[in-house]
Design a protein around this ligand. Structure first.
Ligand SMILES: [Mg+2]
Length: 107
């Protein structure tokens, strides 16, 4: 994040407060869920717009909560994803079997 973006997020938090920013994050996540659910009917720009909204709100959430913890969790989850992708690449599985790998290990 640039200093300009950090400053903007700090100003937004000052103007609206953490509680409203959290509510806005919930709302933006819901909008993305709806856009993805309706993906076959939506224009790609609609989905991309909602992804951008959620990314912006997630960045603000990480500042409201604990950026360091979010960052370490992100690194740990990326490493886990790397392991799972590597395993799936080595195994000759159907797409259904691959999906069950994700569902079974999503915790
Ligand atoms: Mg939105």
């Amino acid at each position: 994040m640039t200093d300009e973006t950090l400053n903007l997020y700090a100003r937004a938090r000052t103007v609206w407060g953490s509680r409203l920013q959290i509510d806005m994050a919930i709302e933006e996540c819901a909008e993305l869920i709806v856009a993805l659910q309706h993906a076959k009917r939506s224009r790609p720009a609609d989905i991309e717009d909602e992804i951008a909204d959620v990314m912006i709100m997630c960045e603000q959430l990480s500042l409201i909560f604990d950026t360091t913890t979010v960052s370490s969790s992100r690194q740990r989850k990326l490493a886990r994803l790397e392991e799972r992708v590597s395993l799936a690449e080595r195994l000759d599985l159907s797409i259904t079997q691959r999906a069950s790998m994700v569902r079974d290990k999503s915790k």
